[in-house]
Ligand binder design. Structure first.
Ligand code: SF4
Ligand code: SF4
Length: 73
């Protein structure tokens, strides 16, 4: 399963990633983050297909998608 990492200190709370995700994995937090905005948070990582759209659209490079490590030989 891919892993979605939102780097909260880079997030400005624009919501673009939430709107673009085809699998409804992300949502905006209802709590202020350390930088004084409500950041995007991962709602349901289990549905992520690692399409990368959220990371691509994020203007602040605040999202990393970590795909499964290939099996070691
Ligand atoms: S990689 Fe794709 S499916 Fe996964 S959270 Fe981002 S937009 Fe959604
Ligand atoms: S697109 Fe980037 S800056 Fe905007 S809410 Fe999502 S993570 Fe935060």
């Amino acid at each position: 399963m891919p892993s979605v990492n939102i780097i909260v200190k880079f997030c400005k709370g624009c919501g673009l990633c939430v709107g673009v995700c085809p699998k409804d994995c992300l949502e905006m937090s209802d709590k202020l983050g350390e930088t004084g905005i409500t950041p995007a948070v991962v709602k349901d990582e289990s549905k992520c297909i690692a399409c990368g759209d959220c990371a691509t659209i994020c203007p602040d490079a605040a999202i990393e998608i970590l795909e499964d490590e290939p099996a070691k030989k």
